[in-house]
Design a protein around this ligand. Structure first.
Ligand code: ZN
Ligand code: ZN
Length: 331
């Protein structure tokens, strides 16, 4: 409950006066209604009993008739005798450490820097960047995907069909005990640090601001904040093995445009099963355009059984990007 005495500046002569002063020590002018109190950073704590009582008495009130400030406990104006009833008291204000008003009391949290403003300024820059990126993507896709037309001659086609063959194998893993799958066989277990947890060890009093008591004095505002300690958390780690299907060999068949596509014989043994299946098909062309001589054009957006509908040596008008056929054009 540290009380400190503030200061105020005379509106007429500019002299600095103590918070307790009702009149300017230099020119004698009264402490006017608009005078604001301020607190020096190094202002000492008030210990004098009289001054402490003065600080705790409440906000001063202002005489509408003669303009003088009066102590809260004065029933009438000490200068003109006007009664206190109906007169306005000075404001009591909560101020944060940097002097800005604190709304409400000591429960309010505030930070010393204000990140809100800077993030607001960044918003337009982000929007501009997004628009610029969209324009770049638009131009790039026009250049990349804007294919050109050509008449291609089919030279050959190829297809492949692949099957992965799997068998059951024991595989070893290490994990926390709570994520070991069912069916696993535990080989080993031990304790290990899994993380940390915060444990509250107490509270600390933090000065969050000051209260302008409206009578030339200020009171420090404190807040109790929790103090934490990090503590290691241990858990059980497990080494286990489990049976899993694993691909251990691959069978493949391949052919040309005139070969009927077949899946390869996977020759399954007692403990085997078929796993993944893949197939590819590619057509190879050359261009009828003399300027494109020597280039090999490919098309792979088809399945092996589709190759039969193409004929070696035939011409196919197509839209081409680089040496990739994007689509065939109807004649
Ligand atoms: Zn003055
Ligand atoms: Zn008065």
């Amino acid at each position: 409950m540290a009380i400190r005495e503030g200061k105020w500046k005379c509106e007429f002569c500019g002299a600095e006066n103590l918070g307790r002063d009702m009149k300017c020590g230099s020119c004698g002018a009264v402490r006017g209604e608009n005078v604001k109190f301020y607190l020096d950073d190094n202002a000492a704590e008030v210990t004098d009993e009289t001054l402490l009582n003065m600080a705790e008495a409440g906000a001063d009130w202002h005489c509408d008739y003669c303009g003088t400030d009066n102590r809260a406990d004065a029933g009438s104006c000490k200068q003109c005798g006007a009664p206190k009833d109906g007169m306005k008291s000075r404001e009591e204000k909560h101020l944060s450490n940097d002097g800005t008003p604190l709304s409400g009391g000591s429960s309010v949290e505030f930070s010393e820097n204000a990140p809100v403003k800077s993030s607001r300024k960044k918003a337009p820059a982000v929007i501009i960047a997004v628009i610029a990126l969209a324009v770049i993507i638009g131009v790039a896709s026009f250049l990349i995907f804007g294919g050109k037309e050509d008449v291609l001659v089919l030279d050959r086609g190829e297809w492949t069909r692949t099957v992965g063959v799997e068998r059951q194998e024991w595989v070893e893993y290490t994990s926390w005990e709570d994520s070991v799958p069912s069916g696993a066989s535990v080989l080993d277990r031990w304790e290990e640090q899994r993380g940390t947890e915060k444990i509250q060890t107490g509270t600390e009093r933090v000065k969050v601001g000051t209260k302008d008591k409206g009578n030339g004095f200020f009171e420090d505002i404190y807040e109790d904040r929790p103090v934490y300690r990090e503590q290691a958390v241990y858990d059980t780690k497990v080494r286990y093995e489990i049976v899993e299907w694993k691909e251990y060999r691959e069978v493949k068949s391949a052919g040309g445009i005139s070969d009927d596509p077949q899946w390869p014989d996977s020759e399954l043994r007692y403990t085997d099963r078929e796993g993944r299946k893949n197939e590819t098909a590619v057509l190879f062309f050359h261009s009828t355009d003399p300027e494109q001589e020597g280039k090999v054009f490919t098309y792979d957006k088809l399945r092996p059984e589709d190759l039969a509908s193409f004929e070696k040596g035939s011409q196919y008008p197509a839209e081409v990007i680089g040496t990739t056929v994007r689509k065939f054009l109807d004649e």
